[in-house]
Structures are given as C-alpha cells and as structure tokens.
Design a protein around this ligand. Structure first.
Ligand code: 3PG
Ligand code: MG
Length: 400
C-alpha cells in the first residue's frame, strides 16, 4: 500500500477560505417510531477531522448517505436530524441543504463563511451515487466535485463501496484521508500484518454467508476463532446436532463442515445456548446444552458455559478482533452472551478491535466503557473486507 496523503498534508497547504468537501459516514441508526438518532457514534467519530478544518478556516461541505433509499428523495432517510446533532456536537450551527446537488445545495455552499459547516442531503437520494454505470456515476461525481476545492475521505464505513462520492470524486479533486480513515487503516493493518499472538477472533451475527470470506481469510492467520450469534447454529448443524427452529442456513451446512475439518481445532463453538419459544423479548426461555435443543425452540443467545469457555480463550489473547453480537442483545433476556464476551475482551491484556456498526452499537447500548477497547471501528462491512485483504475502492482512490 502506498502512503496515503493525509489531512495534515492538506492543512499544511492551508485551507483558509477554501471549500473542502468531506465524505463522512453519518449512516446512524434511527428509532423506527420516533426517527430519533439512537447511536451517534459515527457522528462523533468525524469530529476530529471537521474540527480541524473549521479551526483552519475552511468552508466545510459534508456529504453522507443514510440507509438505503432507492436513488430518489425519501423523507424517512433525510439527514436533517443528523445536521442538528452534528451542530450540537460541533458547538456551531450546521447549514443543511435540502437537496444534494440542486439549488439548495448550491446556495448553501455559496453562502458559507470561512470556518462554517454545511451538510448536504442524503447522497443516495440521487441514482448516480450508487450506479453501476460509470458515466452516470461520473456525472453525479462532477456535480459533487463542483462543491469542493479539495476532498477529504473520512467515511471509513463506506470505503468498500464503489460509489460516486467514495470512488469517483477523489479522481476529480486533490484528495486526502481524514483522521478517522487514517486511524482505522492504521489499526486494521496491524491485524493483517504481524499481530501479537495469541490472536483471537470472535465472530457473531446472523449469517454465515456474510462472514464466509472473512472466516476463510482468517483461518490460516488466527490462533482461535470463536463463533457465536445466529450463525453458530449452521455450524452446530454441521456437527450433526439438531438446532430446533433456530436460524439455519441449510445451503451452508456443507461449507461449515468443511471449514470445521480444515480448522485444525482453531474454531470454538458454543457448548450451551439460551433457547426460547419465540423471537420475542418476553418469550419463555431456558439454557440447554447444544446437544439438547428442543425441536420446537430457537436459540437466541449463547449460554454461560460458552461465555466462560470463550472468556478463557480471550484471557490468553494478545490481539483480539470482535465482529457481531453473540445473541439478540437488543432484548435483555438474550443480552448476557454479548455482554459477557464484551467484558471478557475489556479484561484481557490484549490489543482489542471491535469491528462494525452493530458490535460498536452493542458496546454502547450495553453501557460498556468504550475506552477499555483498543479501537472501535466505525465500519462493519468495511473492516471485514479490509481483513479479507480485498482492495477497498475508497482507499484505492485515495492512493492514486
Ligand atoms: C454501513 O452502515 O455498513 C455503512 O454505512 C455502509 O452502508 P451500506 O452497507 O448501506 O453501503
Ligand atoms: Mg453495511
């Protein structure tokens, strides 16, 4: 990897009075009923970059996606609440444009004074942002690039997307990596380089199919791979166990069996799980051994013996990467597994990295101390693809 130009390089050139277009990942979770921001971690994560630009007197134009609108305006995915929260955190109002590259955006950018911040409306309200067609993406990138004299990518959570604002705009403007992107890449490159051993990875979440590529990539390099979450049931099935009505990816059972055969004992699976009558916060539930899952019940968390076993492995570790909850942590009855593993990670005398939107949100939702982890990544898919060794379009674009 060639060295990235950084925000400090741009600041050294001087940005006072210049328009700096910042791609951020302000894709924060919103409450389904009230629309309120339930976790502002991704907004706080870009403050160092935005603060430095404000202080240096730049006209700061921030753009981001939120959710997955289908290339047209959709009010439930408006960035307007994010503009409000960002303004509170910056301690100065954020000028919000009600479109991305239209009349509102043009006048909002034109009216910015030095040291002020604007936020454009959701990039994905425009079909060009995510288009597979280079020309369509390019045309949108031209419009965006017109708002900046320089471009800063601080959207680590989106660097694995070949989207106009991530991939095509940096080809059109002088470009640098923001503080967050730089920190994320520095940390993750420690894991792909020569991690201090034992190197223990904990994977959870619902689907094996989402994690298959990273499991394949990690198996040769890790010392232990601990698997919980919904995806553990497909592995348990591959061991010949019955999993009741638990989440099961039938077409992945053979793949899991093959992984277990090749894993040389590195993969640790749950020995007990919490099974419930239904996927509901108040469902009747019990802890059972994994060879005793009743046919009519479904597993929603790992059990205490599993937490103890996984914690023992984690206590030996010198490097830890964790992605994906161990159970349905949003429901208190099924949160103990995720909490137990998170606590074991904070207690280990290890460099620990939490990968991803969901796991990072879990850390905060469970009220754990963020500073007791080595690094909490803002990118779920992005950090996994980085560990897989894939070329990330947003990083590659910064290197050119
Ligand atoms: C995320 O939340 O994973 C990032 O913001 C990227 O969003 P996406 O998966 O919709 O591209
Ligand atoms: Mg994603």
């Amino acid at each position: 990897m060639s060295a990235l130009r950084t925000l400090d390089d741009l600041l050294a050139e001087g940005v006072s009075g210049r328009r700096v277009l910042v791609r951020a990942d302000l894709n924060v979770p919103l409450d389904k009923q009230t629309g309120a921001i339930t976790d502002d971690g991704r907004i706080r994560a870009v403050l160092p970059t935005l603060g430095a630009l404000v202080e240096a007197g730049a006209k700061v134009v921030v753009c981001s996606h939120l959710g997955r609108p289908k290339g047209a305006p959709d009010p439930q995915f408006s960035l307007s609440p994010v503009a409000g929260r960002l303004g509170e955190l910056l301690g100065a109002p954020v000028h919000f444009a009600t479109d991305t590259v239209g009349e509102s955006a043009r006048s909002t950018v034109a009216d910015l004074a030095d040291g002020q911040v604007a936020l454009l409306e959701n990039l994905r309200f425009n079909a060009g942002e995510t288009s597979k067609d280079e020309a369509e993406r390019g045309a949108f990138a031209d419009q965006l690039a017109a708002f900046g004299d320089a471009y800063v990518d601080d959207a680590f959570g989106a660097v694995h997307r070949k989207h106009a604002s991530v991939f095509d705009v940096p080809a059109r403007l002088p470009h640098v990596a923001g503080r967050l992107v730089l920190r994320e890449v520095e940390v993750l490159s420690k894991l792909t380089g020569a991690p201090e051993r034992p190197y223990v990875v904990v994977l959870g979440g619902s689907k094996v199919s989402d994690k298959l590529a990273v499991i394949e990539a990690l198996l040769p390099t890790v010392d232990r791979l601990l698997i919980g979450g919904g995806m553990c049931f497909t592995f348990l099935k591959a061991q010949g166990l019955e999993v009741g009505t638990s989440l099961l990816e039938k077409d992945m059972v053979d793949t899991c069996r093959n992984l277990l055969e090749r894993a040389d004992g590195k993969i640790l699976l749950p020995v007990d799980v919490v099974v419930a009558d239904a996927f509901a916060p108040d469902a009747a539930h019990d802890t059972v051994r994994v060879d005793g899952i009743p046919s009519h019940r479904l597993g929603l968390d790992v059990g205490p013996e599993t937490v103890a076993g996984f914690s023992a492995a984690l206590s030996q570790a010198k490097t830890i990467f964790w992605n994906g909850p161990m159970g349905v942590f949003e429901m208190p009855a099924f949160a103990a597994g995720t909490r137990g593993i998170a606590e074991a990670i904070t207690k280990a005398d290890a460099f620990s990295v939490v990968g991803g939107g969901d796991s990072a949100a879990a850390v905060r939702a469970l009220g754990l101390d963020e500073s007791s982890f080595g690094h909490i990544s803002t990118g779920g898919g992005a950090s996994l693809e980085y560990l897989e060794g894939k070329t990330l379009p947003g990083i590659a674009a910064l290197e050119n």
